[in-house]
Design a protein around this ligand. Structure first.
Ligand SMILES: [Zn+2]
Length: 186
């Protein structure tokens, strides 16, 4: 999704979330600092709540910052083996503020009501959305010799291992009903 950013000369840039924090060179010669994603969203008139922990995780995966740590979540020893783990969150949990907003819009403002279908479309196109559940990729370093053990582990243990990565702990705090699953069905 793009954000409009203006140079002091009046030229407008279309910047992507991934450019947050970078510096652009305008044709006028000025340097334009791209603010943080939350600031960009604020500027675009979107509430900061949309920059939740799920966006944070997706951004970290995009930037190659996850999986993090380089040590096996089970044994604590160094490993390069990664397990693709998914955390399934109930979609309505993440969208509750939006729903409240839409309901308020229905009640109080025909303009907001008219805007909300397009917001819903953009949410529906979001790749993490699937039905009413949202799947969050949470790749984790797990030594290959422990991966079978992890696949058979209880939810409680899985969540404890995931919590070794701070941003996953934040996700699990935000979605206490989330369930941990694996990319392939085995
Ligand atoms: Zn300029």
């Amino acid at each position: 999704m793009g954000f409009a950013l203006n140079c002091t000369c009046g030229r407008s840039f279309d910047v992507q979330a991934g450019q947050a924090g970078s510096t652009l060179k305008c044709q006028c010669g000025a340097e334009v600092q791209v603010p943080s994603v939350s600031k960009l969203r604020e500027m675009a008139g979107k509430a900061a709540y949309e920059v939740g922990v799920i966006d944070q995780i997706n951004g970290m995966i995009d930037r190659g910052e996850l999986p993090a740590g380089g040590v096996c979540a089970v044994s604590g020893s160094k490993t390069e083996d990664v397990m693709e783990i998914l955390v399934k969150t109930e979609k309505f949990q993440g969208a509750r503020d939006f729903r409240a907003y839409a309901i308020l819009g229905l009640l109080f403002s025909p303009i907001v009501f008219l805007l909300s279908p397009s917001m819903m479309v953009s949410r529906a196109q979001h790749p993490e959305g699937s039905g009413r559940d949202t799947w969050v990729r949470t790749p984790l370093f797990v030594d290959s010799k422990y991966q079978q053990k992890v696949r058979r582990a209880s939810q409680k243990k899985l969540k404890r291992w995931l919590r070794s990565v701070p941003v996953y702990a934040k996700l699990l705090d935000e979605y206490p009903q989330a369930t941990v699953e694996f990319e392939s069905g085995s």
